[in-house]
Design a protein around this ligand. Structure first.
Ligand code: ADP
Length: 238
């Protein structure tokens, strides 16, 4: 499985510089959380890794491949969005199959992937339903399933739990952590929620104003915040 590496990333929107010379290396199988307040550049960074936004400068590598200019579908990753982005007219099964439409697989393999992912996410009894017939938590599971079926090494999550109520949020945190423990895939997870970051991450990159202020394990960040911003954002005692 590959590392992910951002090298000297710059991102500008017109005269606004959102990211200035950002460097970040994410190890194989790591659960890396990008944590920071709204507007600090987390989603922009994730979108550039996914290939949904271009970099202004710098390079992005996955393993030994420079993916900076690659088409999103050729990057070997899958993304789960905050909005779920499910197709309302397709069934759960149709939505899962849609996740595979860019890959050239035979029918039997597609069927196997759908069965595997739906069992893993406990949505195998819901395959014939439409999204409108599902609860919020079930929709979220389908959105994750659509990424899982792709069988890639790197999964990107953009604030996937922020539309759920507190109880479901806790449940889905545990669920995503369980999937990570079982599958050992690399996860890059964007959130502004400190508790989410502290409970899920193997490492947290705390961002503010387009800069990574500190990167470390949840314990390191909590026990030894590097500056006042990190201390106050994490709510640690320093
Ligand atoms: P976060 O995910 O941390 O909330 P974003 O990455 O969405 O932050 O945004 C970072 C900054 O870039 C913000 O100031 C935002 O207004 C700006 N920004 C994001 N997308 C665009 C865009 N398409 N055009 C102009 N500015 C943008």
């Amino acid at each position: 499985m590959p590392d992910v590496e951002f090298r000297n990333i710059v991102k500008r929107f017109g005269s606004l510089t959102v990211l200035e010379n950002l460097n970040l290396k994410i190890a194989d199988g790591e659960f890396l959380v990008l944590l920071g307040p709204s507007g600090c550049g987390k989603t922009t960074l994730l979108n550039m890794l996914a290939g949904l936004q271009e970099t202004s400068d710098g390079t992005i590598a996955i393993g030994d491949r420079d993916v900076t200019d690659l088409d999103p579908k050729d990057r070997g990753l899958a993304m789960v969005f905050q909005s779920y982005a499910l197709y309302p007219t397709k069934t759960v099964k149709g939505n899962l199959l849609f996740g595979l439409s860019a890959q050239k697989l035979d029918k039997a393999e597609m069927q196997r992937r759908v069965e595997w992912a739906s069992k893993l996410l406990q949505i195998d009894a819901l395959l014939d339903r439409k999204p409108a017939q599902l609860s919020g938590g079930q929709r979220q599971r389908v959105a994750i399933g659509r990424a899982l079926v792709k069988n890639v090494d790197v999964f990107l999550f953009d604030e996937p739990l922020s539309n759920l109520d507190a109880k479901l949020r806790t449940e889905m945190r545990l669920e995503i952590k369980r999937l990570h423990n079982e599958l050992k895939k690399t996860i890059v997870f964007v959130t502004h929620d400190q508790i989410e970051a502290m409970t899920m991450a193997t490492r947290i990159a705390v961002m503010n104003g387009g800069v990574i202020q500190q990167i470390g394990t949840p314990d390191e960040i909590y026990e030894r915040p590097k500056n006042l911003f990190v201390a106050s954002f994490i709510g640690s005692p320093a």
